[in-house]
Design a protein around this ligand. Sequence first.
Ligand SMILES: Cc1cc2nc3c(=O)[nH]c(=O)nc-3n(C[C@H](O)[C@H](O)[C@H](O)COP(=O)(O)O)c2cc1C
Length: 197
Amino acid sequence: MSDQTTAARILVFAGSTREASFNKRLARLGARRLDALGAQATFIDLRDYPMPLYQGDLEAEHGLPENALALRKLLAEHRGLLIASPEYNGFITPLMKNTIDWISRPHEGESGLKLFAGRVAALLAASPGGLGGMRSLALMRQLLSNVGVTVLPDQLAVAKAGDAFDDRGALTDESHQQKLDAICQRLAETTKLFDRA
Ligand SMILES: Cc1cc2nc3c(=O)[nH]c(=O)nc-3n(C[C@H](O)[C@H](O)[C@H](O)COP(=O)(O)O)c2cc1C
């Protein structure tokens, strides 16, 4: 992994693959901000990594899907994670759970959980609703902690997301932008510290 002179590498993605996803917009803004701060953000769309719903017989017969292996490789190359995800019925999305379930499985003698260890994440959410997906943030935090990721206390939930972005995809509320900037700053700094550990 990197030393003190190289940029903090941060993998950025959303828990929605919808074309016009608010969470993808938020994730992209975060990635841009991280790059501006001197980190090296890699934005990926999980739409490019489709996987079947986890099923034990499928795994026993075919092993991990190619896209799970591709995501594992990406995870291994990044020390930080920035995730923006909507909530479905107050819970994390099935996409997010399924993605983490597949990645966390052992493969060719290598533990999936080992890949998450020593990594640091920051969480964002956006929703057209009044809570901004806030209820799922605690659950996302718990899930990532369970697999060994350190999750920063700072988080942002963007409510009324239909009005929260302008035509160019920027956040219309200055306080949202300031919060996002602060989260990105903290994530970039902490990723660097984790790199050195
Ligand atoms: C099955 C389902 C359940 C949902 N439940 C919630 C919810 O509990 N809270 C909420 O704020 N929005 C909820 N929504 C609305 C989503 O926040 C909304 O569709 C949002 O735009 C999805 O995120 P995206 O724009 O990134 O795709 C739900 C949507 C779906 C499809």
